[in-house]
Design a protein around this ligand. Structure first.
Ligand code: ZN
Length: 398
C-alpha cells in the first residue's frame, strides 16, 4: 500500500495525500487535504485553527498516463472567533473551483492552440466549463494588457456575424495584442473605451490608426486630440483602387446586345490591374501595355492609382505630396471622372493620410500581422453568439 501512495505523489504544494480511493485502469481517485494549519477567514483575514466539519469536494486534476484523475478534497469548514463564530470554507491556491489550477492552465493553453470544443473533448470536460475558464483567463490577460502603456493604438471594426452586430477592436500596435473588443462601431463605443482607460493612459497614446469611419474620427478628436491620427493604409488603398475598378467596368462594357456583354480581355486583366506597378514582371507589363494601347482611359486610371501607391512608396512627406500632384494632374485631364469621389475623400482625410509619413510609417509587419489575424477572426466569428466569447478569442489568439 505504501508503494501505491508513493506512485500517486501529486506534486501539489501544501496538499497532503490522505489515501487512494480508487486505482483502476480507467481512473484514479485520490483523497487529499490541505497542509495549511490555520486557514484565513475571508471576512476578517484572521487565521483560524478551529475546524467545524469537513466536506468532500471533487476536483479534477491533470491526467496521469492517460488516466483521468479526481481528487477528493476534504475541505474544512472553519469557525472564526473574531467574526462571532461565523463559519467559512477554506480555500486553497491549488484549486480553482472544480479543477486544479494546473489543469485549468493546461485547458486554457489547449483552447488557445485548438478550440474550446477540442480542449473540452481532450480533457473530458463540458464546453461551458472550458469556455468559462477561457473567458475568465482572457479577462485577466485583457486587464493586464489595458493597464500597460500603449503608444500606437489601432482601431478596427469587425462583425460578430457577417454584416451585423459589429464590434470595435482595439489593438496595441507595438505588440500586436488585442486590448479589447467593445460592442458596436459608433463614436460612443470608442469613446467609452477611451474614457474607461482614463486620462493618463490616453495621454500615452501618441499615434492612433483607424479606418475611414467618421464615428471613430469624432471619438478620436474628442479623447485623443493630442495624438496623431493616421488613416490605415489598406483602407486608403482600397478606396483608391475602387476608382480604377469603376474605370475598368466602364471600359469593358460593350454595346447592348453584344455577346459577351463585356470585353473579355479587359475583364481578365482585373486582378493584374490591381497589382502594385513595382511588383509586375516584363510579361505582365507587356500584357498591360497592350490593353492600354487599346484603352487609353484604362491607362489613365492605372497611372493615377500607381501614383497613389507612390504616396506610400515615397520616402517622406515631400515625396508623397509630389506623387499626389502627379495623380491630381492625371485627374485634371478629365479622362477619369470615376476618381471624383476619391478626390473628395482625399480632401476630407488628407491630414490623416499624410500623417503616415510623420509617425514612423506605422505599417510594419506587426500591424499587417494583426490585420491578417483579424481576418481570420472575422471568418471564425460566424461561430460566435456573443461579444464576450468573441473578445476572449481575440485576446487568446494575439
Ligand atoms: Zn473572520
Amino acid at each position: 500500500m505504501a508503494r501505491d501512495v508513493m506512485s500517486v505523489r501529486l506534486w501539489l504544494p501544501r496538499i497532503r495525500v490522505l489515501g487512494v480511493v480508487a486505482d483502476l485502469p480507467e481512473r484514479l481517485v485520490v483523497r487529499v487535504g490541505s497542509t495549511v494549519r490555520r486557514p484565513k477567514c475571508p471576512g476578517c483575514g484572521a487565521p483560524s485553527g478551529r475546524t467545524h466539519d469537513r466536506r468532500d469536494n471533487k476536483v479534477r486534476d491533470l491526467e496521469v498516463s492517460g488516466r483521468p484523475v479526481t481528487l477528493v478534497w476534504e475541505r474544512r469548514r472553519m469557525v472564526c472567533e473574531p467574526c462571532g463564530g461565523r463559519r467559512f470554507c477554506e480555500d486553497h491556491p491549488a484549486f480553482e473551483g472544480r479543477l486544479t489550477a494546473r489543469l485549468a492552465r493546461r485547458v486554457v493553453a489547449d483552447a488557445r492552440a485548438m478550440t474550446v470544443n477540442a480542449a473540452a473533448r481532450r480533457h473530458r470536460l463540458g464546453w461551458d466549463l472550458v469556455n468559462s475558464l477561457v473567458v475568465a483567463w482572457a479577462g485577466l490577460v485583457g486587464e493586464r494588457r489595458r493597464r500597460r502603456r500603449c503608444r500606437l493604438l489601432l482601431v478596427d471594426e469587425t462583425s460578430i456575424r457577417r454584416r451585423h452586430r459589429y464590434v470595435t477592436v482595439l489593438v496595441n500596435g507595438d505588440t500586436g495584442e488585442v486590448l479589447a473588443m467593445v460592442p458596436h462601431r459608433n463614436a460612443q463605443a470608442l469613446s467609452g473605451f477611451l474614457a474607461s482607460q482614463g486620462h493618463r493612459w490616453c495621454r500615452g497614446v501618441k499615434v492612433v490608426v483607424s479606418d475611414g469611419s467618421q464615428a471613430y474620427k469624432a471619438a478620436i478628436s474628442q479623447r485623443l486630440g493630442h495624438a496623431r491620427h493616421v488613416l490605415d493604409r489598406f483602407h486608403v488603398i482600397r478606396w483608391f483602387a475602387a476608382g480604377l475598378t469603376a474605370v475598368r467596368r466602364d471600359v469593358q462594357r460593350r454595346p447592348e446586345g453584344s455577346k459577351p456583354a463585356f470585353d473579355p480581355e479587359v475583364f481578365r486583366a482585373r486582378f493584374l490591374l490591381m497589382r502594385r506597378p513595382d511588383t509586375l514582371d516584363d510579361t505582365e507589363q507587356a500584357r498591360l501595355d497592350g490593353l492600354f494601347a487599346a484603352h487609353p482611359r484604362l491607362k489613365a486610371g492605372w497611372d493615377a492609382l500607381g501614383e497613389l501607391h507612390g504616396l506610400y512608396l515615397a520616402k517622406d512627406r515631400k515625396g508623397a505630396l509630389e506623387a499626389l500632384d502627379r495623380s491630381a494632374d492625371i485627374y485634371g485631364t478629365g479622362q477619369i471622372p470615376e476618381f471624383s469621389d476619391i478626390v473628395d475623400t482625399f480632401l476630407a482625410w488628407h491630414e490623416q493620410i499624410l500623417s503616415w509619413h510623420r509617425t514612423g510609417r506605422p505599417s510594419n509587419g506587426r500591424i499587417e500581422g494583426t490585420n491578417n489575424l483579424l481576418q481570420v477572426l472575422r471568418r471564425k466569428a460566424h461561430g460566435f453568439t456573443n461579444y464576450t466569447n468573441f473578445e476572449a478569442r481575440g485576446i487568446l489568439t494575439t
